[in-house]
Write a protein that binds this ligand. Structure first.
Ligand code: ATP
Ligand code: MG
Length: 247
């Protein structure tokens, strides 16, 4: 029943894919996230922004199950996943491209891609998205440029067929032409129906891409708004990012 909003059971349809409730998490005894509640809908594009060290990477890592959860809960399609290890979460459809671009430098491009395959994913999907990786498929991961390493990190995560793609500062340190190419790929992946959480220091690009922007500060969500409105909110951008208007 498209557009109706009522399920056959007479309840409001809820297309929430991921839900965090009062999440407190960190590294061992160190708590970084101070009570984060956040819902992400299927097909949504979320930009997660904030200054260095506010907890953006920790939040993505917590969603993936890579941190110590001190309290609160994480659920996926309404079911709790807080107790699941990262590989089980990957199996459910969560995918993270880490800020550190964790590719295997001693393996070839193709071997890196194979290491990420789940189910019926095919190498050609990655090569069609990133023709450059096909040209470099016999090269070692350590021989790639920064941009190629990022392409490989994204492609390897896509080999797991994630429904939620979490991208942690994918444009960091890359030339503008590579940033544009990658943003074009992310546009395509989102338009195919994937849910995307994009963490970026390039707030302008992130908010142009996203439907909604969420601002973090000291491990808390301090502001949330439609991305287009946030891009014009000089007061909020100035206070939490030290930026002027981004559009
Ligand atoms: N492995 C770790 N062990 C202990 N503390 C950590 C660890 N990784 C990060 N932290 C701390 O957690 C806090 C949040 O770091 P995090 O990397 O999540 O921030 P961020 O918003 O992603 O920053 P950036 O924009 O620099 O990537 C920081 O104070 C950081 O020092
Ligand atoms: Mg980070």
């Amino acid at each position: 029943m498209p557009g109706c909003g009522i399920s056959t059971w007479g309840q409001a349809m809820d297309n929430t894919l991921l839900s965090l409730k009062d999440v407190r998490a960190g590294y061992g005894p160190t708590q970084v996230l101070q009570g984060i509640s956040l819902d992400v809908k299927a097909g949504e594009r979320l930009a997660l922004i904030g200054r260095n060290g506010v907890g953006k990477t920790t939040l993505l890592a917590t969603i993936m199950g890579l941190t110590t959860l001190h309290g609160g809960s994480v659920s996926w399609e309404g079911k709790p996943i807080s107790g699941l290890p990262p590989h089980k979460r990957a199996g459910l459809g969560l995918g993270l491209v880490p800020q550190t671009r964790d590719i295997f430098k001693s393996l070839t491009v193709e071997e890196n891609l194979i290491s990420g395959i789940r189910g019926d994913a095919r190498l050609e999907e990655a090569y069609e998205l990133f023709p450059r990786l096909k040209e470099r498929r016999r090269n070692g991961g350590g021989q790639l440029s920064g941009g190629e390493q990022q392409m490989l990190a994204v492609a390897r995560t896509l080999m797991g067929h994630p429904r939620l793609l979490m991208l942690d500062e994918p444009l960091e340190g890359l030339a503008p032409v590579i940033c544009e190419m990658l943003m074009g790929v992310f546009e395509r992946l989102a338009s195919e129906g994937r849910t995307v959480i994009l963490v970026e220091q390039h707030a302008e690009m992130a908010l142009k891409f996203a439907d909604r922007g969420v601002v973090l500060e000291s491990g808390r969500v301090v502001h949330e708004a439609p991305a287009a409105a946030l891009a014009k909110d000089g007061e909020v951008l100035g206070r939490y990012l030290g930026l002027g208007l981004v559009s």
